[in-house]
Design a protein around this ligand. Structure first.
Ligand code: TYM
Length: 346
């Protein structure tokens, strides 16, 4: 097997209402991985338009996600931060993958079924083909590791299937063109930490999401201290005190969720949080959680506000990141063209 250099890629959609789930499930890990890996972080604006977006809001949301990356601690000089539409290889490689992936594979994607709902005939073709674009995002950079929340697991399995099928379908050409025995790496998902699936504050059986109509279902990264504290105070709970061990959270989705959030924000395992709060009522735990959340999230919200007030700076970060991303992606695409048998300027 060809040895691939460890490289991280991940993306976040600029569809508004960036929330605690995005932060704990993904962005916190983006920050941590910078120490050990070369990282490429992308604001996936082409994914966003698989569902219609108001153009002015889309522009604002691209800047908001970029601001969140930077405010959380992503370093755009040491690593790469850019928006997807500035690097045309994403679309080009996605087309090749449209011809590698099978209809049956995409038909099984639960996120498409959920988002398209009953009116499938009316969903955009882009919404159906979305996982192929996601595979292109990752594989344009030959990324070996992808940090995401639990909800992206199926899409990452598809990206692996696409890489494997491409490597098999073109195996002779890959060898003939001097790429060894595999052109694409089989990417490892990194779904880690105590908050890989943060749930709604109103219903512990539903995922916290950008599209939930209730603002009280999520803590937005842009929320101020009062907003954060109020949402935690109003979060749904049950009447029992907290258990002393994680096993006692079974069948108590709201309690489990709040303990998971506390654990992730404090960087401690759930066991340690319950060793401290086991036996406490929510009237004790919720204020402690609110204090911790404000302490950790308010500085990020403040820094996001400061950055968003300077759109020219944010745009310059994205242009610079895209210039560096393009160098890597163009090299991959040239290789793909040779492997597939296309003619190109050399
Ligand atoms: P998106 O924009 O929906 O979410 C961004 C990241 O946040 C994670 N996430 C959560 N984690 C824990 N709890 C939650 N409630 C929660 N909600 C969201 C997501 O898992 C994700 O990691 N298709 C992707 C974007 C994408 C991508 C990629 C990711 C496009 N190309 C390539 C990785 C690699 C998406 O819609 O994420």
């Amino acid at each position: 097997m060809t040895e691939f250099k460890p490289r991280v890629f991940s993306g976040v959609q600029p569809t508004g209402n960036l929330h605690l789930g995005n932060y704990l499930g993904a962005i916190v890990n983006f920050v941590a991985l910078q120490k050990t890996h070369e990282c490429v972080y992308c604001v996936v604006d082409m994914h966003a338009i698989t569902v219609w977006q108001d153009p002015a809001e889309l522009t604002g949301n691209i800047r908001e996600v970029t601001a969140a990356f930077l405010a959380a601690g992503v370093d755009p000089k040491a690593h790469i931060v850019f928006n997807q539409s500035q690097v045309s290889v994403h679309a080009e490689l996605a087309w090749v993958f449209n011809c590698v992936a099978r209809m049956g594979w995409l038909s099984r994607m639960t996120q498409f079924k959920e988002k398209a709902g009953k009116d499938r005939e009316n969903a955009s073709v882009g919404l159906f083909a979305y996982p192929n674009l996601m595979a292109a995002d990752i594989l344009a950079y030959l990324a070996t590791h992808v940090p995401v929340g639990d909800d992206q697991k199926q899409h990452l399995e598809l990206a692996r299937d696409i890489a494997i099928k491409f490597n098999n379908d073109f195996s002779e050409s890959i060898v003939a063109n001097g790429f060894g025995d595999a052109f694409f790496p089989v990417t490892e998902p990194l779904i880690t930490g105590p908050a890989t699936r943060v749930m709604s504050l109103r219903d512990g059986t539903k995922k916290m999401s950008k599209s939930d109509p209730s603002d009280y279902s999520r803590i937005a990264l842009a929320d101020d201290a009062d907003g954060i504290a109020q949402k935690i105070r109003k979060a749904k709970t049950d009447p029992e005190p907290l258990p002393s061990e994680p096993g006692g959270l079974k069948g108590r989705p709201e309690a489990d969720n709040l303990v998971g959030i506390y654990a992730a924000l404090s960087g401690r395992p759930k066991e340690s949080v319950l060793a401290e709060f086991g036996g406490s009522q929510f009237s004790v735990f919720k204020p402690a959680l609110a204090e911790l959340a404000v302490e950790k999230l308010s500085p990020i919200a403040n820094e996001m506000r400061r950055l968003i007030a300077d759109p020219a700076y944010i745009d310059s970060v994205l242009v610079d990141g895209a210039d560096r991303a393009r160098v890597i992606a163009d090299r991959t695409m040239a290789g793909v063209k040779d492997v597939v048998g296309f003619i190109r300027r050399k």
